[in-house]
Ligand binder design. Structure first.
Ligand SMILES: [Fe+2]
Length: 270
């Protein structure tokens, strides 16, 4: 599910049927899988790559939620559950709090190979679900759902949505001295992934306040992203965000950090 699910109203209540035949769906899945894996083998977090193996994703067939859950549930208790499209924010957060990840099973069409504006199985299952096999990330995501579901003001929800965006969707991590991708938007998109590791992206050390002060747009390459040092940092961040929510600190007027591009030097910040 895309992060927009946390902020946009429901756009659909009826399941969409997969476009095209099962044969064409398999061809699209295989094409996307084969396109992404060469890059991901060198730039994806080990946690993502291990998760892929754990839940049994492969190029030769479109995964089913039943097949994925058979392997995922015994590991962390997370489950991928079918969704028709974007959910209302509160429903989405409450589902996360129950370790249920709303998942679209639509396979994009051949015409949408490079970009689809709506969630699809490649973003949701390939991009998101492998991370749910990791115990610390799994606990973080559940705690995120619990905390975000308790937000009662739009300002607090926006701050928490920024935390979701810059971690679950567009997160980077340092592993053995190298910056790797773990966010689903980077995992599932060759262009976004390449951009995130290029000189055009300002990579900053993860800091909860900085993340919640950083605005973003859905419709452009991300000019700034945040790098964690390990997955415990996410868990610590959501625990702290909860304390801030409870004392009203997330209700202060929103700041919008100005992104300054530093050219070649930007990569030296992390
Ligand atoms: Fe997503």
């Amino acid at each position: 599910m895309q992060a927009a699910a946390a902020t946009q109203p429901s756009q659909s209540t009826a399941p969409r049927s997969a476009k095209g035949s099962a044969k064409s769906a398999r061809a699209v899945w295989a094409t996307l899988y084969d396109r992404r894996m060469p890059q991901l083998k060198s730039v994806a977090s080990k946690v993502f790559l291990d998760g892929m193996n754990a839940i049994g994703l492969a190029a030769d067939d479109v995964p089913t939620l039943e097949g994925v859950n058979e392997k995922l549930v015994p590991r962390t208790g997370w489950r991928a559950v079918e969704a028709a499209g974007f959910l209302p924010a509160k429903d989405f957060f409450e589902s996360l709090a129950q370790r249920r990840f709303p998942t679209v099973t639509r396979v994009r069409s051949e015409e949408e190979l490079d970009y689809t504006p709506e969630p699809d199985i490649f973003h949701d299952v390939f991009g998101h679900v492998p991370m749910h096999a990791h115990p610390v990330f799994a606990d973080f995501l559940q705690r995120f759902g619990e905390v975000a579901a308790r937000a009662t003001t739009e300002t607090a929800r926006q701050r928490l949505t920024r935390l979701f965006w810059f971690t679950v969707e567009f997160g980077l991590i340092r592993e053995k001295g190298c910056v790797k991708v773990y966010g689903s938007g980077l995992i599932s998109s060759h262009g976004e992934c390449a951009h995130s590791l290029s000189e055009d992206c300002l990579r900053r050390p993860f800091d909860l306040e900085d993340v919640m002060a950083q605005s973003f747009r859905h419709d452009e390459m991300q000019p700034v992203l945040f790098v964690i040092e390990d997955y415990w940092q996410l868990f610590d961040a959501i625990e702290r965000a909860e304390r801030m929510l409870m004392c009203g600190a997330l209700d202060h007027p929103l700041e919008n950090a100005v992104v300054e591009k530093h050219g070649r030097g930007c990569c030296d910040l992390v």
